[in-house]
Design a protein around this ligand. Structure first.
Ligand code: GUN
Length: 304
């Protein structure tokens, strides 16, 4: 309760309507949604669930080449898997691997009953057709939730394996006690990995969703009326203070390397005192990884 008491005093000025569950240690007077801490709690929940299985779940991450950003992301997954009681293995191949060779690797993984889930680390080298590879993945092992079968089920609201970043954002909103009914959401970004599936999840959950892109004309006219802004545009600093009404909730999915530092799509410094906001790093990123572990548990359970 200590955290919530502190936040009430601080929030009195701006009469913030959103409240954070006292369970999570919310930093900076509760205006910041601490994705890292929420993700850690989820990994502990997954650990409890994996303990109930007869076999330890196993996930394989396939990487072609040695992209440093991918390797750093993979290390984070390895650490999270350990916390969640999941075996994690990196299988790294040459960046020159052909599409046919990669399809053969996917087939091995599909047929290996000791592996419950796997992901093909994106982006793939340009000589490989990413869609051909994703479609070759057995949907039961598709812990990324990228195959057309799993995306189709997400559309219908019947998916077991939901894409990790959209699922992580939904969970962040839930854990932050953000209201659903009547709230207007502006989603900036329409990628297959985040914007499109997340818009569907939000609609299925009862939100009113407007989808924009970074090129939308007069984008501020949309964002200024939004109760919640979710941005996944890969455009650092796109959302500025004058585009957001006070007390809005902002979820920043952006993650771009600028001069050696990771930056989100929001002018965080200008908005952190007036909005409920996720930081970058430490907001959506850890949630994506936690959801990957939850999906691995679900995939393993379904296959046992
Ligand atoms: N590269 C960056 N993020 C992701 C992800 O969520 N899944 C895969 N497969 N590759 C990625």
């Amino acid at each position: 309760m200590e955290n919530r008491k502190k936040s009430t005093t601080k929030l009195g000025i701006c009469e913030k309507i959103h409240t954070i569950q006292a369970f999570y240690p919310i930093t900076k007077e509760t205006m910041i949604i601490d994705g890292k801490s929420i993700a850690h709690s989820i990994l502990m929940e997954v650990l409890e669930k994996t303990k109930t299985l007869t076999t330890k779940p196993r996930i394989v991450d396939v990487l072609l080449g040695d992209n440093p950003a991918s390797l750093s992301y993979i290390r984070q997954k390895g650490r999270s898997a350990e916390i969640a009681g999941i075996d994690f293995e990196l299988r790294q191949f040459s960046a020159d691997t052909t599409e046919d060779e990669l399809l053969t690797i996917v087939e091995w993984l599909n047929n290996d009953s000791n592996i419950h889930g796997f992901i093909i680390q994106l982006p793939l080298p340009p000589h490989i057709n990413t869609n051909n590879i994703i479609e070759a993945i057995d949907p039961r092992k598709d812990v990324d939730g990228f195959t057309s079968q799993n995306i189709g089920k997400l559309f219908l609201g019947t998916a077991d394996l939901v894409s990790c970043t959209p699922k992580g954002v939904m969970r962040l909103l839930k854990e932050s006690d953000v209201k659903i009914q009547g709230e207007n959401i502006v989603m900036i970004g329409k990628s297959n990995i985040v914007g499109k599936p997340l818009s569907l999840l939000l609609m299925n959950a009862g939100w009113t969703v407007t989808v924009c892109s970074k090129d939308t004309k007069n984008i501020a006219e949309f964002t200024r009326n939004a109760d919640i802004i979710i941005v996944a545009a890969g455009s650092p600093g796109l959302v500025k203070k004058n585009m957001v009404r006070p007390n809005a909730t902002i979820i920043d999915v952006g993650c771009t390397l600028v001069n050696g530092k990771i930056r989100g799509d929001v002018d965080f410094e200008a908005l952190e005192s007036t909005c409920l906001i996720t930081p970058v790093p430490g907001g959506v990123g850890p949630m994506t990884v936690a959801m990957l572990m939850e999906n691995t548990f679900i995939a393993a359970k379904n296959q046992m």
